[in-house]
Design a protein around this ligand. Sequence first.
Ligand code: ZN
Length: 191
Amino acid sequence: MTWPPRFLFLSNRASIDFAQTGGEGKWAKWERWHEPTDLRDWFRESSLALELDTARPADVVAARQLRAAIWNAAQATLRGRKLPAKSVTELRARAARPDLVPDLRGDERAWAPGATVRQALSSIARDAIDLFGSAVRERLRECENPSCPLLFVDTSRPGKRAWCTMARCGNLQKTSRYRANLKAATPSRRR
Ligand SMILES: [Zn+2]
């Protein structure tokens, strides 16, 4: 698998997955939402498994704005700081709108037909508020690979998850530790 894949769904939390799709400045090279169809693809592949009939360019702007609010709130939470006022304002405004309407298709959870991006953004904002506004925030983690900025919510019982993915950063770390041990064990050759 090429890394990173187009979309990363590894955080155990829809709002955190949502926040890891690119951004401003140094994150711009990871931008995954260029066109409205990118947004539709994200929602379809996400844990929401939401099929949106339409998405407009203005929705991309709104989604990016909410994404920045969640990302900044997550960074503040990780560092034990107060949530940025701008993030709080954005989250409250988004969550105040009607969210997705759950539906049942047979015995499967689905969404009521005709869902809009605005509803989906409300659901994401509510998920973020549930996260930042509860003890679950203490389970928010940043990958322990110093060069990996990915975030996740540690849902493991002991709460010791260290890596965004074992396949990626966990193994890289193991390999570098292995190499470091090997280096320490091999005396340097001198002539
Ligand atoms: Zn990582």
